[in-house]
Write a protein that binds this ligand. Structure first.
Ligand code: NIG
Ligand code: FE
Length: 419
C-alpha cells in the first residue's frame, strides 16, 4: 500500500484551497472550483488537477493509469487531522458520567483521575494491544476522509512508557499496509508525572535532559499542556526552547481551561501551532496572527466539555490561519468525528463552509509543517483526495455529524470506499 499509485479521477468537481502555505484570515474563504475536472496522480503525486478538456488522457503513460469515475461528486484534498491522542490504554466512560453530573475536567484530574488514569492504563497495556486499538481508530478516520493524522504520546509520563507509545506510533508509520500518513508528536509534558509529584520543574528538567534527546528519532514535534496548575509559562518556555534547539517542531495545548498566555508564548517561540485556545486573550490572537502561528481549534472538545467554543471569527478577523482538528482522546474528547467537527465549526463557531474546508486541509497541513506537499489539489502535491457522495460541498455541515465521504484516496490509491 505504501508504494505510490497511478490513478486518474474523472467526472468530478474539484473544490480546493490553493498554495503551499497556510491560508490566513479572509483568504480562508478562497476556494478554487473546477467543474467537469480530472485529477491525474502519477507515482502518488498530482501531476494534473484541472478541466477534463485540457488534457489528453489517451497518451502514454496516462493511458495505463488506473481509472476512477467520481460520479460527478466533489473532490476535496484529503483531510489532515492535526491534533489527536491516537494511542492510549483503557477508556474513561465513568469519568464522562461524573462530568455529566457536574464535576469539572480539572477537578477529576486533580484527584488522580483524568489523564493520570489513562497513564496507568497505558503503562499496563502491551504495545500490541495499543497498536490494535490505534489501528481501529485509524480505519474509522480513513472512512471519514483523513489522509494524514498527527498522533501524540503523553500517556506514559516516564521514560519506558513514553518510549513505548512513540514506538507504537513508529510501527504504525512503518506498516507496509499503511493507508494514511502519521506524524509523531512527543507530549511527555502532558501532565506532571506521578513520579515527580509536586516537583514540576524537576520533571521538566528530566524531560529536557533525558527524554527529549533520546526520542529525537521517534518524534518530529514536541507538544506541552501549557495550563494553570499543569505546566505554566516559565516551564513551558524552558521545555519548548530545549525541544526547538534539538530540532523538534513545537506545538502547545494553550489557553484551554483558563487564560494563561499560551498563545503569546506560541507566538514568541514561533510554534507551528497553538491548539484549543478556548480562553485565548485578544493580545494572544494578535500576536499569533503576527507570528504566523496556526490556531488549531478543536470544537469537539469544547462540545464534550460543555465549554465555550474558541473564538474562530476573532482569529480569522485578526488575519490568523485557523485549522480544525478532532483532539481524539479517551478523556476530554472521545470522538474523532470529522463530520461533527465541521458541523460544530459552522453552526457554533460561525465559520463558513469554505473556511472549514481550508481549516481541515491546507491549514491542517500547515499545523504539522506539511503545507508544501499536502492540503490542496494542485500539481506537485500528494495525491490525497476525498470524494464526496454529492456534487455540492454544502452537504458537509448540512448532513450533521454524518459522513458524506464516498471514497478516500491516499497517494493515488483507493483506501476507503463507503457504501
Ligand atoms: O487535548 N488537555 C489536555 N490533553 C487532552 C486531554 C487528554 C485527556 O483528557 O486524556 C486534550 O484535551
Ligand atoms: Fe489534545
Amino acid at each position: 500500500m505504501t508504494n505510490q499509485g497511478d490513478l486518474i479521477i474523472s467526472n468530478t468537481r474539484i473544490v480546493t484551497p490553493t498554495g503551499t502555505k497556510a491560508a490566513c484570515g479572509g483568504k480562508m474563504n478562497d476556494l478554487t472550483i473546477i467543474d467537469n475536472a480530472v485529477i491525474v496522480i502519477t507515482a502518488g503525486r498530482i501531476i494534473y488537477a484541472g478541466p477534463a478538456d485540457d488534457i489528453d488522457l489517451q497518451q502514454p503513460p496516462l493511458s495505463s493509469h488506473s481509472r476512477f469515475n467520481a460520479g460527478g461528486g466533489v473532490s476535496l484534498p484529503g483531510f489532515v487531522d492535526s491534533h489527536t491522542h491516537l494511542v492510549f490504554g483503557g477508556f474513561r466512560p465513568d469519568e464522562f458520567e461524573w462530568r455529566l453530573k457536574g464535576e469539572s475536567y480539572m477537578s477529576i484530574m486533580e484527584r488522580g483521575g483524568g489523564i493520570q488514569s489513562t497513564v496507568n492504563a497505558t503503562r499496563n497495556e502491551q504495545s500490541e494491544s495499543l497498536l490494535k486499538k490505534a489501528e481501529w481508530f485509524l480505519d474509522r478516520m480513513i472512512e471519514m476522509g483523513v489522509t494524514t493524522v498527527e498522533a501524540k504520546s503523553g500517556y506514559g509520563l516516564d521514560f519506558e512508557s513514553e518510549q513505548k507509545m512513540l514506538q507504537v506510533i513508529k510501527q504504525l508509520q512503518n506498516d507496509e499496509n499503511r493507508k494514511l500518513d502519521i506524524v509523531s508528536t512527543f507530549l511527555g509534558a502532558h501532565a506532571v508525572s506521578d513520579k515527580f509529584k509536586g516537583r514540576t520543574s524537576d520533571y521538566v528538567d528530566y524531560i529536557i535532559n533525558t527524554m527529549l534527546p533520546a526520542f529525537k528519532d521517534l518524534a518530529e514535534n514536541c507538544d506541552i499542556f501549557c495550563e494553570k496548575n499543569v505546566f505554566e509559562i516559565e516551564d513551558s518556555r524552558r521545555l519548548l526552547l530545549a525541544a526547538r534547539k534539538l530540532g523538534y517542531k513545537i506545538k502547545l495545548h494553550a489557553d484551554e481551561i483558563v487564560t494563561l498566555g499560551g498563545a503569546e508564548l506560541a507566538a514568541e517561540l514561533g510554534a507551528l501551532s497553538a491548539d484549543h485556545l478556548l480562553h485565548v486573550s485578544t493580545e494572544g490572537i494578535k500576536k499569533m496572527a503576527e507570528a504566523g502561528v496556526v490556531a488549531t481549534l478543536l470544537p469537539l472538545t469544547a462540545f464534550a466539555l460543555r465549554e465555550p467554543y474558541a473564538p474562530a471569527r476573532k482569529f480569522i478577523k485578526a488575519g490568523c490561519a485557523v485549522a480544525l482538528a478532532t483532539d481524539l482522546n479517551p478523556g476530554s474528547c472521545f470522538s474523532g468525528s470529522i463530520p461533527l467537527t465541521i458541523a460544530l465549526a459552522c453552526i457554533y463557531m460561525g465559520m463558513s463552509i469554505e473556511e472549514t474546508i481550508t481549516a481541515l486541509t491546507l491549514n491542517g497541513a500547515a499545523a504539522i509543517g506539511q503545507a508544501e506537499s499536502k492540503g490542496s489539489l494542485e500539481t506537485g502535491k500528494f495525491g490525497d483526495v476525498v470524494i464526496l457522495a454529492s456534487d455540492n460541498y454544502h452537504v458537509l455541515p448540512y448532513y450533521v455529524g454524518m459522513n458524506c465521504v464516498k471514497t478516500t484516496i491516499h497517494h493515488g490509491r483507493i483506501v476507503a470506499q463507503n457504501p
